[in-house]
Design a protein around this ligand. Structure first.
Ligand code: AMP
Length: 285
């Protein structure tokens, strides 16, 4: 496995594979790799001949400079983990390679980027995500790029971007990988103290309360109240707890079909997000 740092090196590395007709898969990450990223890599290995893992902590998508500064970085460990997972190339560009002097373009995806995380973190967040992902897709030109359901709104934003701008890549979304107690894996979990880690259970508890409640209750305000109640014993009040249409992200008054339940909460200094998809209308909840 090779680590490359420039777009020219990446293209040179991939060109022979492309000429040989091998399919290329891209797994974009911000590093601090964990089992959630491993699942994306495994999915990419299954579908594609050559897999690129990118490691880039994208300054453009951080609304909070302290959050950016605190973001965990360990390239050697990440490269070892990517190699162990069967990646062929690690792409770890410097910020100046991605945003050279004079860079001014941003990609704005519209309404689905303005609610939930977009509202909480500012419109700059998904503009930063969409811009860097479009750049990574253009740099690596993969047949398929892999994203996690853990960041459900991000996956929707990227699907929209790819559809609207005719990007010739397929987007595959991989289910959320969780710890055995239900907490979703996240690079941010490393920042939690033992006490905070215990309180992080509030997020999966809220999602479970909605999932279980949906068997008998379809009114979303009442389901949301159950979710808030499930978080209370952990001393956690969500930043948002939303029951929305799984594609438009518009709020639902009742659950009559599929729904996305999304939650964000601050545990101490650390902001965590999680979500679950509900499938109603005859399907298993
Ligand atoms: P990040 O490095 O946190 O920006 O995440 C890179 C990719 O990994 C994104 O597509 C995330 O949605 C995905 N990801 C992060 N955590 C998980 C998880 N627990 N399960 C599945 N995918 C994840």
């Amino acid at each position: 496995m090779n680590t490359v740092r420039t777009v020219a090196e990446l293209r040179a590395e991939l060109a022979p594979h492309r000429r040989a007709g091998r399919s290329i898969g891209l797994v974009p990450t911000m590093g601090a790799l964990h089992a959630g990223h491993d699942a994306l890599l495994a999915a990419a290995r299954e579908r594609c001949d050559v897999v690129v893992v990118s490691l880039f902590v994208n300054p453009a998508q951080f609304d909070d400079p302290a959050d950016l500064a605190a973001y965990p970085r360990d390239e050697d460990e990440d490269a070892a983990r990517a190699a162990a997972g069967g990646a062929h190339v690690v792409f770890a560009p410097a910020a100046a390679e991605v945003y050279p002097p004079g860079f001014t373009t941003t990609v704005s995806v519209g309404p689905i980027a303005q609610v939930l995380e977009g509202a909480a973190r500012g419109t700059g967040h998904f503009e930063g995500v969409a811009t860097v992902v479009l750049k990574l897709l253009n740099m690596a030109q993969p047949e398929v790029a892999f994203f996690g359901q853990k960041d459900a709104q991000q996956a929707l934003v990227i699907r929209r971007l790819v559809r609207d701008l005719d990007v010739p890549a397929e987007i595959e979304v991989v289910p959320t990988v969780r710890e055995t107690d239900g907490v979703a894996l996240s690079s941010r979990n490393a920042r939690l103290s033992a006490g905070e880690r215990a309180r992080a259970l509030a997020l999966p508890a809220a999602l479970a309360a909605v999932r279980d409640g949906a068997a008998e209750e379809r009114d979303t305000a009442r389901l949301a109240e159950r979710a808030h109640a499930a978080m209370r014993p952990f001393g956690v009040v969500p930043e948002y707890l939303a029951l929305v249409h799984p594609e438009t992200l518009e709020p639902l008054a009742r659950i009559d079909g599929d729904a996305l339940v999304a939650v964000a909460a601050r545990i101490g200094e650390t902001r965590l997000i999680d979500n679950t998809l509900l499938h109603l209308n005859g399907k298993v909840v």
